[in-house]
Design a binder for this molecule. Sequence first.
Ligand SMILES: *Cc1c(COP(=O)(O)O)cnc(C)c1O
Length: 429
Amino acid sequence: MEQHLLEEMYASLGISAQVRAFAAETEEQLKERFAAIDRTAEYNQLKVIRAMQENRVSDIHFAATTGYGYNDLGRETLESVYASAFGCESALVRPQITCGTHALHIALSGNLRPGDELLSPVGKPYDTLEEVIGIRESTGSLKEYGVSYRQVDLLPDGSFDYEGIRKALNEKTRLVTIQRSKGYATRPTLSVARIGELIAFIKSIRPDVICMVDNCYGEFVEPTEPSQAGADMIVGSLIKNPGGGLAPIGGYIAGKKECVDRAACRLTAPGLAREVGATLGINQSLFQGFFLAPVVTAGALKGAIFAANLYERLGYPVFPSGDADRHDIIQAITFGTPQGVISFCKGIQAAAPVDSFVTPEPWDMPGYDSQVIMAAGAFVQGSSIELSADGPIKPPYAVYFQGGLTWNHARLGILKSLQQLVDDGVVKL
Ligand SMILES: *Cc1c(COP(=O)(O)O)cnc(C)c1O
């Protein structure tokens, strides 16, 4: 195809020649990194296909069940596919798991008993888990059920506080929760290799303790998952990476059979466990989304790296930095002004396939102590494997950016964000 056709298409979408040129220069420097991402995606794609072949996936598995959903062959096969791909004994993959927080809650409450202690050796967990655990008072928290909580922060240089962890492990410690992604904190995301080292250390002291990894945003970023590095359970959301953008709802827990089974008793009821749970016809989307997930995740990863490098060149602090190794798909960019955050989000919204015509505005979102602006034009509501951005309107005025079902869309979104910043007088090229 001739280059001018592409240029004209970008121009028709409101991207100026200057922004296009700046983006092209940035992309030019990223060829090798993108090639490495493509190789990981290739490996993970083959891994998923092999898992589907081993489990003899067939169109009979796409049939709908209703009511109790006994013997839902599609559901059982999908769970085997997840287990095979993630190198686990067992998996629970269900549309009845409403989101990542719910999946984590089931995994925790299914495996902890009154009097047990939960330990986070990697600092404060994701916001929504504060109420699950009872760090913030909340009805139905683990704390109300007599489960205590202990936390060991990372050392200032981001390394594990091994001495602190050794001291924190005690006869009550039953489960250790390790969050792979930084979420919205400013610590580095943990690689699978580092998670493996941490688990090996913990198991050397207390071999019987259950090690759970919050795997949200991490799936398929590397060739292996934490379940292949010693984790007893990995937990995530299907409207992030493993749903591949097609899963309309759902969450998963994969790992040791006894741990997954205990979580299943909590999801449904003791005695029923994994035997019930109709899938209402969405199995095909869950299979197909998992099939696409390695390539979708690669596109999102390229978008994050591209944004980091583009905004770093413009002098904004970005986290992770442009040249950092990646272990999840989240990118933070600090604009330092409310207008920067607002313009960026407007640009992302304007690039969306859905709701491109609406203008995001800061609003008082429940549970936050400042106004928040969010940009999302998604096929699946709230899906953060789709291109999305959000930022609290408070210092340091940072936006968090993630997703993109295709690299081409992520690229357009980032160009639109820059164009908006230029148009609003925040950035001069
Ligand atoms: C998204 C996420 C969760 C769960 O969030 P939900 O919005 O409930 O799906 C938990 N931990 C991390 C690190 C996450 O990124």
